[in-house]
Design a protein around this ligand. Structure first.
Ligand SMILES: [Zn+2]
Length: 122
């Protein structure tokens, strides 16, 4: 359990889940393929980016649903609330993008799928 929590925190803070030192990203949107310290693969197979996108979509939807429920049951003015939610729905997934990929890379590390080379197209 501790290994899982530690790997998720490493993914959250964009560190290598194996050595806890290497940076996952070289810039805001560019992920390193391997850790510079230990050589751990972050997203080895093509198409791994879809896992991070899935995490991003689920977290964004959950937050929007919760925020919409809060706004719906409150006495806040409707139009500014809808505009704020709309802007947040666009901006949050962009800002959450590296973290969602980091979390996915940590999940891949925990399952050991980053050890297998990409077999390419069938
Ligand atoms: Zn590492």
């Amino acid at each position: 359990m501790w290994r899982f929590i530690r790997a998720m925190f490493d993914g959250l803070f964009l560190r290598c889940p194996s050595c806890h030192k290497g940076a996952m990203f070289r810039s805001f949107s560019e992920m390193n393929q391997q850790c510079a310290h230990c050589g751990n693969w972050f997203e080895r197979s093509s198409g791994e980016i879809t896992g991070g996108m899935g995490i991003n979509i689920v977290v964004t939807l959950l937050l929007v649903i919760m925020a919409s429920a809060i706004v719906g049951f409150s006495t806040l003015p409707v139009l500014p609330s809808i505009l704020t939610l709309g802007v947040a729905t666009i901006l949050f997934p962009i800002l959450f993008y590296p973290i969602s990929r980091g979390l996915w890379a940590s999940l891949i590390y925990l399952t050991g799928d980053n050890e297998e080379p990409d077999e390419g197209m069938y």
